[in-house]
Design a protein around this ligand. Structure first.
Ligand SMILES: CC(C)(COP(=O)(O)OP(=O)(O)OC[C@H]1O[C@@H](n2cnc3c(N)ncnc32)[C@H](O)[C@@H]1OP(=O)(O)O)[C@@H](O)C(=O)NCCC(=O)NCCS
Length: 358
């Protein structure tokens, strides 16, 4: 059966317990890409880093946990929140980029897939529940939601579990200043197909992949430390290029998605944007508002978690959504009837957005 509406009926998240502050990096020896040491006091590096990114602390998983474990913990909460029987799930879509990386290794493990592991850990026996992974950079969770929406509206699924999970702390180069950006986490949502007269749920979406100049803006590369083994590779990025790419392309894509929903910016109550860098997010939103001729961005439209949670890739948007839905994120709330936007940018380079009516 084809459904007219794709509705989020439950959310869950796992916020790792280990808090790592900027001063915790005081003993780190950072090098540039030419392996030249940054011979400046850590306080200065830290202050600059905080000024650029807004990040004061981030969360790392404890040694005993992997991406599939925290994905399962987030999924259990989403299933309980939706009050569904887990055996009724038709699809489990898990977005990530590195899979499980057991502590002490720098080897990504995706055999079996993270979705298979999650299904196993959840104890779901139904073989008709199809479990698979989605590698799409930071926009992976949003892309999973778009995929679930397409399955639901084409009658191929009724209930889907969409998860974003990542343990970036396991792939950072401790000799690269940019490692301070990354963190760990998992967020999950249950979406269900419903037949409703009202225009509710996922109203529109848009995705773009830019791969000619941009494909390797995020990549795996050797440590910045001199004489590093080139066979051991870590997450690396051309941060400035990503920054410029995001500012140029994300505002227009979000506007297109709002228009596809038949709405304008005035109709949007909240924008859940990937938490990559506070300054970058503020600038994207400012440019989006300018596309509508607006000079001021009202307070309380864009919940920001980056200051305390860092950039945990695919987990940032579903985690924020979960916290706001459950009224656990300051004075940010969403109410029935609100129109909200999910938007992301990341490795690929991929960008995407969804407009959703609560
Ligand atoms: C990486 C990033 C923080 C660098 O910021 P930036 O403003 O582009 O940095 P620039 O290279 O232009 O350098 C500006 C200054 O910040 C310093 N700087 C750059 N990266 C830094 C870091 N990680 N920590 C501390 N200082 C940093 C530079 O040394 C330079 O200092 P100076 O003004 O004293 O010369 C920023 O580009 C960024 O966050 N980009 C997006 C990254 C992203 O989203 N990645 C994940 C995609 S999902």
């Amino acid at each position: 059966m084809k459904y007219s509406n794709t509705i989020i009926t439950g959310t869950g998240s796992y916020i790792p317990t280990e808090i790592v502050t900027n001063p915790d990096f005081a003993d780190s020896k950072f090098y540039d890409t030419e392996s030249k040491v940054f011979d400046i006091p850590h306080d200065e590096i830290s202050a600059k880093f905080q000024a650029i990114t807004g990040i004061t602390e981030r969360r790392y998983v404890t040694h005993d946990l992997n991406a599939s474990d925290i994905a399962t913990l987030a999924a259990e909460k989403a299933i309980a929140d939706a009050a569904i029987d887990k055996e009724e799930l038709d699809q489990i879509i898990v977005a990530h980029d590195f899979g499980d990386i057991p502590k002490g290794t720098i080897q990504t493990d995706t055999l079996p897939s993270i979705a298979s592991r999650v299904k196993n850990k959840l104890g779901i026996e139904n073989p008709n529940c199809v479990a698979y992974d989605l590698i799409f950079g930071c926009p992976g969770w949003i892309q999973g939601m778009i995929q679930a929406d397409s399955f639901v509206k084409n009658g191929l699924a009724k209930k889907c579990l969409v998860i974003g999970t990542e343990t970036l702390s396991r792939v950072v180069d401790v000799h690269d200043r940019d490692s301070m950006i990354y963190s760990d986490g998992a967020g999950a949502a249950i979406v269900e197909g419903k037949e409703e007269n009202e225009q509710r749920g996922i109203l529109s979406f848009k995705t773009q992949s830019f791969t000619q100049q941009e494909a390797y803006y995020l990549f795996l590369g050797k440590s910045n430390k001199s004489n590093a083994d080139p066979k051991i590779r870590y997450i690396k990025m051309h941060g400035r290029k990503i920054y410029e790419f995001a500012l140029k392309n994300v505002p227009g894509l979000v506007k297109d998605t709002i228009e596809k929903a038949g709405l304008t910016l005035n109709d949007i109550q909240k924008i859940f944007i990937h938490q990559a860098n506070e300054k970058m997010d503020q600038e994207i939103i400012k440019r989006l508002f300018r596309l509508y001729g607006k000079r001021e961005v009202p307070d309380n439209v864009v919940p920001m978690s980056i200051q305390k949670l860092g950039n945990n890739s695919v987990a940032t948007v579903p985690t924020l959504l979960d916290l706001v839905r459950k009224e656990r994120f300051g004075n940010h709330e969403i109410e029935e009837g609100d129109a909200i936007v999910f938007a992301s940018v990341g490795a690929g380079m991929n960008i995407n957005a969804i407009v959703y009516r609560v």
